[in-house]
Design a protein around this ligand. Structure first.
Ligand SMILES: *Cc1c(COP(=O)(O)O)cnc(C)c1O
Length: 404
């Protein structure tokens, strides 16, 4: 079944079938893995990927591979975009967009709160290459408008943002950016294509760490960028072919198997997370719960407008840094089901403590009013809880055993 924007089938059907077809030679119902790095030519061809056209067959695996292409079609179908490029990791996908779209003298506006690796890449590597970076709270659209310069080329956001689950109004942000002649990239990893469709709201580059919800099982690194055929073709040539951070066919195959169940998994993640978030709000040891599905989330109205349900990501606080660190130590020792580990979006529940002092120093480097703004959401730190596919009652009992 073809992927892409004009798919004829529902989301569940697309997740299972898009990009796939029974093997014409054997009739195999499940897709094969094409591990071959090179492909036998049937006519005289050139030595540059610049010579490739949409009709070209496979030549070399860094230029294109059938198993990776299957996953690209599936993700494009889920995001309802024309095209998708898969990369070796989520960071490779973000780096592909930054390096392909920004040159020396250009200006990037970056969310003050985002995945730590992206925060560090933009604060150290980009300035070294002559790219100016402004760090802005993208939930404040007045601040975004004020930060725009004539040389602003890209605004990079993340919604919900790691780790505090602050949202960005994607339609409003895209309008502001496009009026100024800039593009928008959105890291939609926390939402997945099921919960938010950034391209429909105007975003130019929809980015995912496939390592998280789309793969869904914690056993394969991968990344993706979805968008129009024209933008993704240019990105594939530069970032895929020339930077070389392409996805391995084996990982593409694993991730496609995970993606087939993404719609039903997201429904389960969201339902269980809602129950756990509501329970957490009633716990005396918990001082704040951040979950877009709770009426207490500061942007609950935006969540209802922009998101179809919620993912399994919850952030919560306890009294202060000392009690947070003590609880984290207790979790490492005593949790029975939930793994104390980084990463998220897996079928196993994961939890990790993100201390405010530590993340401000290592990654976000916010000061003054921006630091105050972060602390207003995160306090001295948050537990980032990724709700898996276990029973809510068991997860609650596991959390109760350490909070009680
Ligand atoms: C994990 C993550 C990334 C990086 O993805 P990798 O696959 O680990 O390289 C980027 N953005 C967000 C929001 C993430 O959670």
């Amino acid at each position: 079944m073809d992927g892409g924007r004009n798919r004829r089938f529902g989301l569940n059907t697309a997740a299972v079938h898009a990009g796939e077809a029974p093997d014409p030679a054997t009739g195999a119902s499940a897709p094969a893995i094409a591990m071959s790095t090179t492909f036998v030519a049937d006519e005289l061809g050139g030595f540059s990927a610049h010579d490739l056209t949409a009709e070209s067959g496979y030549v070399y695996a860094r230029w294109g591979n059938p198993t990776v292409r299957m996953l690209q079609s599936k993700i494009a179908a889920l995001e309802e975009t024309e095209a998708c490029l898969c990369c070796a990791s989520g960071m490779a996908a973000v780096a592909a967009v930054f390096f392909a779209r920004l040159s020396s003298g250009d200006h990037l506006i970056l969310s003050d709160v985002c995945y730590a690796g992206v925060a560090e890449l933009a604060r150290t590597t980009l300035p070294r290459m002559g790219i100016a970076v402004s760090i802005v709270d993208l939930s404040d659209l007045t601040a975004v408008a004020a930060a725009i310069r004539p040389e602003t080329r890209l605004i990079h956001c993340e919604t919900p943002a790691n780790p505090i689950l602050r949202l960005t109004d994607l339609a409003a942000l895209s309008r502001i950016a496009h009026k100024a002649g800039a593009e928008v990239s959105c890291d939609s990893t926390f939402a997945s294509p099921i919960v938010t469709k950034p391209a429909a709201l105007g975003v130019d580059y929809v980015i995912h760490s496939l390592t998280k919800y789309i793969g869904g099982h914690g056993d394969a690194l991968g990344g993706a960028v979805a968008g129009t055929a024209e933008k993704i073709a240019a990105l594939s040539l530069e970032a895929g072919v020339h930077y070389g951070g392409v996805l391995s066919p084996f990982n593409a195959w694993l991730i496609a198997r995970g993606a087939a169940t993404l719609p039903i998994r997201m429904k389960a993640h969201g339902q269980t997370a809602q129950a756990v978030a509501e329970w957490l709000e009633g716990q005396p040891a918990v001082t704040k719960v951040l979950y877009p599905g709770l009426a207490s989330h500061p942007q609950h109205a935006l969540a209802r407008r922009q998101m179809q349900g919620n993912s399994g990501m919850i952030a919560f606080q306890v009294f202060d840094k000392a009690s947070g660190e003590a609880l984290a130590a207790r979790m490492i020792e005593e949790l029975e089901i939930i793994h104390y580990a980084v990463s998220l979006g897996h079928h196993r529940s994961l939890i990790t403590w993100i201390g405010t002092e530590a993340i401000l120093e290592s990654s976000f480097r916010l000061t003054g009013l921006q630091e105050d703004g972060y602390r207003a959401w995160a306090g001295d730190g948050v537990f980032r809880l990724s709700i898996g596919l276990e029973d809510a009652v068991d997860l609650i009992a596991d959390l109760q055993s350490v909070l009680g």
